[in-house]
Ligand binder design. Structure first.
Ligand code: HSE
Length: 312
């Protein structure tokens, strides 16, 4: 009987970061999911337990995002050993925090470790991307890449995959407000315009490039000026009750900027200290509750490390 096992944490992420739809994201230190992976004598991938999902996620590995990612990895490696997975969800589903991405990343990272790292971290990207395709019908990388690599990550190209880590030495803090509603990414993608004007492209590209330059130059003012999304946020914010007021209160409380995290409903704000992030969180929470919605606030640093092995 093979008893080798490993427990891995992979973090939540903020995708898009205002102007970088599908091409930019960053990793949080919390919340995140945990996965236990074990080598098993029984061939194939077996998801033996999922907790924290209120029973909604499938145990069938062919229908489960983590299962699909691991199946693709094993097929690629031509490995026929059995793998058992336990998936422990520690963040809400459909929250805009990259919940499915965190489970895929933790699973694929854990299995790669169990197999003594046949692939580099970056080589794992195509497999976690397949999990996203199952989760929301689109294989975007702006959640999985930051969760896997840590820090701020730019997806320069999808075909071929080319991801670039963007270093920043500012002590940035992120406030996340999660209103307790669920938005399915698939639905939030379908509402987006298929075409944009040249002027919209110019404005959005200017802000996306300004954000990258601001991070690279550790220039908080430039980051602040660039945290604007004139294409996606105006459409999707209509799904988030009280969004305008939540954002107004975040900026008024000193946030560098504030926008929708991924496809929502979570809203993120960046700031330069923990105290500021907490103050912003209180203001966002009040605004959300004033609109009659329950919510949770998370305060997080930027996670520079990617997945962490908790026990092995
Ligand atoms: N870039 C994706 C979207 C992220 O906005 O649809 C989803 O979490």
């Amino acid at each position: 009987m093979n008893e080798k096992s490993i427990r891995v944490f992979a973090s939540a992420t903020v995708a898009n970061v205002a102007s970088g739809f599908d091409i930019f994201g960053f990793a949080l230190t919390n919340p995140g999911d945990e996965v236990v992976a074990k080598l098993s004598d029984s061939k194939g991938v077996h998801i033996v337990q999922i907790t924290g999902d209120n029973g909604v996620l499938p145990l069938d590995p062919k229908k489960n995002t983590a299962g699909v990612s691991v199946l693709k990895l094993l097929k690629h490696l031509n490995i026929h050993e059995g793998i058992e997975l336990e998936v422990h969800k520690k963040m809400p589903l459909g929250s805009g925090l990259g919940s499915s991405a965190a489970s895929c990343v933790a699973s694929v990272f854990a299995v790669n470790e169990l197999l003594c790292n046949p692939l580099t971290i970056k080589e794992l990207l195509p497999f976690v991307m397949e999990g996203e395709r199952i989760a929301c019908g689109s294989a975007h990388l702006d959640n999985v890449a930051p969760s896997l690599l840590g820090g701020f990550v730019l997806i320069r190209s999808y075909d071929p995959i080319d991801v670039i880590q963007i270093p920043c030495s500012l002590d940035l803090f992120c406030t996340i407000l999660h209103p307790k509603i669920e938005i399915r990414t698939e639905v939030a993608r379908k509402m987006l315009p298929k075409e944009i004007t040249l002027q919209q492209h110019v404005t959005q590209s200017g802000n996306a490039c300004g954000l990258i330059a601001g991070l690279l130059k550790n220039d908080a003012e430039l980051i602040s000026k660039s945290l604007h999304d004139s294409i996606v946020e105006p459409v999707r914010s209509t799904l988030i009750p009280g969004f305008k007021e939540i954002k107004f209160q975040a900026i008024k409380s000193g946030a560098l900027g504030c926008s929708i995290s991924g496809s929502g409903p979570s809203v993120f704000a960046l700031s330069l200290s923990k105290a500021q992030a907490e103050k912003i969180g209180r203001a966002m929470e009040n605004a959300c509750r004033n609109h009659g919605h329950e919510c949770t606030v998370y305060i997080s640093e930027i996670n520079q490390n990617g997945p962490v092995v908790l026990t092995c």
